[in-house]
Design a protein around this ligand. Structure first.
Ligand code: AMP
Ligand code: MG
Length: 402
């Protein structure tokens, strides 16, 4: 049995980076950027008005007040999208809309709220400082600036920026192909008869969803019975993928054949059994560039080991920067005791009250208790060497609604 950090390092050391592909930016949400994006333009590209108002010369309206407004002659109008070709002279104003280019000669914009039209004139009731309400060329992004860093998961804001930079396409990491195999004579699919002793296949579906959620291309290989022939064939199919996730059959039961068959198929087993609860019998192996994970079959064990081992591998494969899981310290509200030696992940709830985070366990802590996980919004992490944490102490939690 090895420690979690050591096991994760073994997984990460085995990851081979996936290729990149070019996609239309409308299909790039949540994809991992494969190259740095530099701007070859200034943003804004020209000085423009931040307000609807009047382009004027600031020194001329310095003394303006409600009692003694300054009157200027309005010589024209600049809607957004049009440029005024002349120059603004003393005593004049140009009506201007938000986003329109600042005309030559003007050095400030008086918001419309500080003015009143009077025939061909405008009365200005307040002075406005030089450069006020003007968005300067390059103030947001300077030409040559690094704007989005390689490895970032693209957000709607990033995609907006790509559009601003006139980029219709973007280079992103390919989505890893992830095959998912459930095992067990007792496991039956949705819609099939649930005869005595049988259970529904949960893991195929929760893993499928997790793969989509974290940027993979899932493929379900269905359910393999606990016999060597059936498992052998399914494993063979899955070894063509970037990753193969097998749930169940990796423990020490008489019908747990996964490890043996993986070895027979030429998979080099890198570890089996990690100091974690739930999920101790988790297995990891490699064949060529394919990463193979044997996840213990209990649904909570499957989900926890996915987060701890599969997810970091998926991220590294795509060159994703930053942690995909958010961690947070919280004050424990109920004592927790564990048998030390393994890091425990306790299903719990975290809430924010009076400026602090509080957390406590939720429901029964069985590795099969899916409903406890459903009602949780965090996993409370109890370190390997800590048999007891007392209410009031600080604990680290992983947020589940990330
Ligand atoms: P195993 O890891 O094969 O020993 O399975 C451990 C427990 O998880 C057993 O109670 C299995 O019935 C259950 N289990 C295994 N595979 C699945 C699955 N795909 N969906 C739901 N439960 C499962
Ligand atoms: Mg089994």
């Amino acid at each position: 049995m090895i420690e979690i950090e050591q096991a994760r390092e073994v997984v990460l050391d085995s990851v081979v980076k996936i290729e990149s592909e070019i996609v239309d930016i409308t299909s790039s949400l949540n994809r991992i950027l494969a190259c740095d994006i530099y701007s070859d333009i200034d943003l804004p590209t020209f000085n423009n008005s931040a307000m609807d108002g009047y382009a004027v010369i600031s020194s001329e309206i310095k003394e303006a007040s409600c009692d003694q407004p300054i009157r200027l002659e309005v010589i024209g109008e600049i809607p957004a999208g049009y440029t005024y070709s002349g120059k603004l002279m003393n005593g004049k104003a140009l009506k201007i809309m938000t986003g329109a280019p600042i005309p030559e000669g003007a050095d400030t914009i008086v918001p419309i709220e500080y003015t009143k039209e009077e025939g061909a004139l405008v009365k200005v009731f307040r002075g406005v400082k030089e450069k006020e309400n003007i968005r300067q060329k390059g103030e947001d992004v300077a030409r040559g600036e690094l704007v989005i860093t390689k490895g970032k998961k693209l957000s709607p804001v990033d995609i907006g920026m790509l559009a601003a930079l006139n980029l219709r396409n973007v280079s992103v990491a390919k989505l890893p192909n992830v095959s998912i195999l459930s095992t067990g004579d007792e496991v039956v699919d949705i819609g099939e008869e649930l005869s005595s002793g049988k259970i529904r296949d949960i893991n195929s579906y929760s893993l499928y969803a997790n793969v989509i959620k974290y940027g993979g291309m899932p493929k379900s290989l269905g359910i393999a019975k606990d016999n060597k022939d059936a498992l052998f064939k399914s494993i063979e199919k899955g070894l063509n993928s970037d990753m193969l996730l097998i749930s169940g059959g990796v423990s020490v039961g008489d019908y747990d054949f996964v490890k043996e068959l993986l070895i027979e198929k030429g998979v080099s087993i890198k570890f089996w059994k990690v100091a974690i609860k739930p999920g101790k019998p988790v297995l990891f192996g490699v064949k060529g560039n394919t990463l193979v994970f044997g996840l213990p079959g209990n649904p909570i064990s499957t989900l926890v080991t996915f987060r701890e081992f599969v997810l970091p591998a998926m991220c590294k494969m795509q060159g994703r920067l930053g942690k995909p899981i958010t961690e947070q310290y919280a004050v424990l509200e109920r004592d927790i005791s564990i048998s030390p030696g393994r890091r425990h992940y306790i299903m719990g709830r975290i809430c924010y009250r009076g400026g602090r985070y509080f957390t406590k366990p939720v429901g029964i802590q069985s590795s099969g208790a899916l409903n406890s996980m459903l009602q949780s919004n965090c996993l409370i992490i109890v370190p390997e060497d800590t048999p007891r944490i007392i209410s009031g102490e600080k604990v680290l939690v992983q947020l589940l609604d990330e």
